[in-house]
Design a protein around this ligand. Structure first.
Ligand code: PMP
Length: 460
């Protein structure tokens, strides 16, 4: 077996040959940006591709290489790149003005659509990102309940603000991550995902839980999946103890179904964080939920209750260009089978990739739910047998793809024209079709052959 050395890899050498302009840009970027990047998930050794343009399910780098794109704008692009209707709505808005410093009709139309589509949305407040949406959801919950603690689950991602960093990718003991404050981490209760008994016990032991927040289909869009039973238990227990249930539907919203995971599973959270598809591929987010909780943001409601209102400015909240793109995207999601199409594609892709793994006798698995897929490199060399049930595996094992091998698999896929995200996961869009399916399956097989040649796979 190889020691997975990137410097002596033929795959990496091929990548360098194909991407010389990306390599030059990466060298320049390193002098300007930490690690030369602008989002941690884009960190790749030896360097990532620089993309010039994109259309539908595909994108092209500065060296002219074409890729089938499963990065999907970090999940924002259910409708693929540059959906013509979304594009012309955004272009029209740009021409009318990028910022009015005033209310505008678009935000009313946008909010109307969200409320119609998302079952729990009685009121909403727009933000500029998903991070801001979860931050506001937590603040609303604390203000409304007068309680302090937040319950969250290991590996679940809710953005990068101070409350939500410990226990996502590290610090599973709940200690604060570097640069954050110990008191904040101390008021966050971290639980293993999916453990209903631990959940009940935690609520019994802590009287001051303001909110519980989670990704409703499991962390990383189902890399560590959750059973719907767990959601039902969570709804029940949080209501019983007067804690606010927050669904972070930044990824699942308008993707799992037009009404998100809450519509799919028939479970109403008290608050929901939204972003990504919400704004049609442009920056934007929202927090929505029960009117009495959102009233914490309402001037008149606060005055009539004699309470302090939560302050919430934000220069780009409900930006008119994002609103126009969002309206166009949501109208399509609501009136077409876009979610189902992406779900069907991903289900078939998972099956087809697993067929390749079986034919090549590689003890890995591709799994996922809805329009997502995840590659599991099986670091403990488990006998995966006839079926693979990720619910039976611990979150630590499901998120433990060995780093260097993972990067090599990513590079091997790039060399073969496929872009996966930084964790070897992908999002399908409604624009992925037959050509992308066949190309991906062939590319996956070719990538496995390259990896086998370098001794990265067990011999047949
Ligand atoms: N929650 C989840 C579930 C996410 O996946 C993300 C982003 N990947 C966020 C919150 C943060 O959203 P943003 O990047 O817009 O701040």
């Amino acid at each position: 077996m190889s020691t997975t050395d990137l410097s002596n890899s033929k795959i990496v050498a091929t990548y360098r040959e194909r991407t010389s302009r990306s390599q030059a840009l990466a060298a320049e970027a390193k002098q300007l940006l930490p690690s030369g990047i602008t989002h941690d998930d884009r960190y790749l050794k030896p360097y990532g591709i620089y993309v010039e343009r994109a259309k539908g399910p595909r994108k092209w780098d500065v060296d002219g290489n074409e890729y089938v794109d499963y990065y999907g704008g970090h999940g924002a692009l259910l409708l693929g790149h540059n959906n013509p209707t979304v594009l012309s709505a955004a272009q029209g808005a740009l021409e009318r003005g990028t910022h009015f410093g005033a209310n505008h009709p678009g935000e009313v139309r946008w909010a109307t659509l969200v409320r119609r589509m998302v079952p729990s949305a009685e009121r909403l407040r727009f933000t500029s990102s998903g991070t801001e949406a979860t931050l506001m959801a937590l603040r609303l919950a604390r203000a409304f309940t007068g309680k302090k603690k937040i319950l969250r689950f290991m590996t679940h991602f809710h953005g990068w603000h101070d409350h939500m960093t410990a226990g996502q990718a590290a610090h599973f003991d709940g200690t604060p991550t570097i640069g954050t404050i110990a008191e904040i981490a101390a008021n966050t209760v971290l639980l293993k995902p999916g453990d209903i008994a631990a959940l009940r016990q935690t609520f019994a032991e802590h009287g001051d839980i303001a909110a519980v927040i989670l990704e409703p289909t499991g962390s990383g869009f189902g890399r560590v999946p959750l059973s719907p039973d767990f959601l039902a238990a969570l709804r029940d227990v949080s209501a019983k103890h007067g804690a606010i249930l927050i669904f972070d539907e930044v990824v699942t919203g308008f993707r799992v179904s037009p009404g998100g995971a809450q519509a799919k599973f028939g479970i109403k959270p008290d608050l929901t964080a939204l972003a990504k598809i919400l704004a049609g591929g442009l920056p934007g987010g929202a927090v929505c939920g029960r009117k009495e909780i959102l009233d914490e943001l309402d001037f008149d409601a606060a005055t009539s209750k004699g309470r302090e209102k939560i302050a919430h400015p934000g220069t780009y909240n409900a930006n008119p260009v994002s609103a126009a793109a969002g309206i166009a995207a949501l109208e399509i999601v609501e009136s077409t089978d876009a979610c189902e199409k992406a779900n069907r594609y991903a289900a078939e892709l998972r099956d087809r990739m697993n067929e390749v793994l079986a034919q090549e006798r590689v003890p890995w698995v591709v799994y996922g739910t809805f329009s997502g897929f995840h590659m599991f490199l099986n670091p403990q060399r488990r006998d995966l047998g006839d079926g693979f049930d990720p619910l039976a595996l611990d979150h630590a094992e499901l998120t433990a793809n060995p780093k260097t091998l993972l990067q090599k698999v990513r590079v091997a896929m790039l060399v073969n024209g496929i872009d996966l995200n930084g964790r070897l996961s992908g999002f399908a869009s409604a624009t992925h079709g037959r050509d992308e399916m066949e190309q991906t399956v062939d590319a996956f097989r070719a990538a496995l052959h390259m990896l086998r040649e370098e001794g990265e796979l067990p011999r047949r």
